[in-house]
Design a binder for this molecule. Sequence first.
Ligand code: SF4
Length: 108
Amino acid sequence: MSLSSLERHALVTRRNPDGSTEGLRPDEVSRETWERIGHAAEPVLAVIRAKCLDCCGGSPSEVARCTAADCRLLPYRMGSNPLRERVALSDDERRRRSDRMRALHARS
Ligand code: SF4
């Protein structure tokens, strides 16, 4: 059964003695609780992409056209990292990585 917004909120919120509330630190919340409220482990770039879609009312074309130069997410809004250093691989290293990926896929 899915939780209401209020129930999800309560699982990640602390009520202080003075009645104020504050969010628990992420490491104070168990993995099970995160999953229970709908946060599965996923790549950070996918999370950023989802946030940008949320920011733009679910419109991929609006995300693509975003002009918010001061937003820290702007470079990553398409789900990739254009600032990542490109590493020039030798043929041997490329082959080794390719073999490793093939082995990983064969196991799954
Ligand atoms: S980069 Fe643009 S779409 Fe993404 S969160 Fe920032 S303002 Fe919103």
